[in-house]
Design a protein around this ligand. Sequence first.
Ligand code: NAD
Ligand code: 6OD
Length: 491
Amino acid sequence: MTEESLRWIRNFVDGQFVEPEEAHSFATIDPATGAAFASVHEADRTLVDRAVVAARRALDAGWARTPVRERTALLRRAADRIEERFEEFVAAEIADTGKPVRQARELDVARALANFRTFADVVAAAGQESFLTELPGGRRALNYAVRKPLGVVAVIVPWNLPLLLLTWKVAPALACGNAVVVKPSEETPATATLLAEVFAEVGLPAGVYNVVHGFGADSAGEFLTTHPGIDGVTFTGSSATGSHVMKTVAPRVRPVSFELGGKNAAVVFDDVDLDEALDGLSRSVFTNTGQVCLCTERVYVQRGIFDEIADGLVARAQNLRLGSPMDEATTTGPLISQAHRRKVLGYFESVAESGGEVLTGGGIPELGADLDGGSWIEPTLWTGLTNADRAVREEIFGPVAALIPFDTENEAIALANDTEYGLAASVWTNDLRRGHRVAHAMNVGMSWVNTWFLRDLRSPFGGMGLSGIGREGGESSLHFYTEPTNVCVQL
Ligand code: NAD
Ligand code: 6OD
């Protein structure tokens, strides 16, 4: 297929799809096959500017003052419409990422619905802080905080869970009365564009949701974060890009919310229910081909059960089924791109240089037919590494984990916390008190006990250290997407 014959993925600005210009386009690739499936219109600086101006105009025209019940009703209609167009969203997500159809249905698109419905509920039920202030001499004052929308919010998201992560930010932002300009990853432009159709269908006012496509540096991403009309940036992506975005936003001192990388640990004690723990651990390492910021890449196992855990994880890795995304039996898709696969393979080499042992995987699978053009990789487990090794220190973002033994609880906590990241951890034990104790001791934003990636969207989500700044979810989202003005009235 030539690029000209591919279908177009267009920018969406001020309630309209913008007609593409061929001078600014790039092809988007299906990672399962390596074939281009669409041409994406890259937004230039002028188009990004138009999007920001349209967003401001929409706020001023009344969106920011629209009653909460009307805004949240629109979000619920958007969820209903996505449900009606469910299989189109599933197909778009698969075309972008190559992920298995069952996952696209049960995790990615399902979560888009949940994001809209939950944040509609959370924002509709939100109250305001107020304090009755008692002063010497019997004087009293009433303090209350009025929450106002932050304004025009730049939403920048990565490629791993494109629709889930986009709607996780767009839903609370819109419910709180903001207008957004979103920049999806250049690897996964399809679902953000489909969402624009949905918003137009449910009657979201023009300019409230805008999509600009492109890359980071010297492209739509940076045009957006450096735009003087932006009131805040919510960003999900790598720690290196987050650090760069922070610098570009700093001159105008705008609020940022950063959900960044992770190098997450699982700590497995010798009192676990083995099968249950192994199923959970396997999910935490291999879900979405290891391309979830929360995925476990370090598994610390109490020495007495090390071999059983290693054997059990190897068996589960070997049972994963790589294959066509449309096959209901497929459990594991490709990596997002050839470039990302080269990066992951670089860590395979570093493990060999460190003297690590490959328990399973370690190469590129042969899947036959058109899948051999895709960016597939074998689920891989290592032993013989320590916390000093590169593959144990740096985020790899693939279906990989290093298994490392420990003897005592304190040693396990020290090993798990020996990282510059601080996103997530999981603790596996049947000792209730130890579960709580160790989960508390983890220097991370999210600590799970005997489970992983079990989400309540009202709870705070985010990380510390290289893993980010701030929290989103429930009230934390409300705080990021609004600015309070405190009013003090002397009574
Ligand atoms: P990335 O940082 O390369 O890109 C993320 C987004 O930022 C993309 O849309 C990209 O185009 C844009 N971008 C890149 N450079 C930019 C710049 N200079 N200015 C503005 N925008 C720019 O990340 P990725 O490779 O797409 O995603 C994988 C990373 O995301 C991993 O590190 C993963 O851990 C992280 N992630 C974190 C979370 C979380 O919630 N903490 C969730 C998902 C992914
Ligand atoms: O579940 C979520 O809300 C969330 N933000 C997940 C992030 C996953 C990272 O890849």
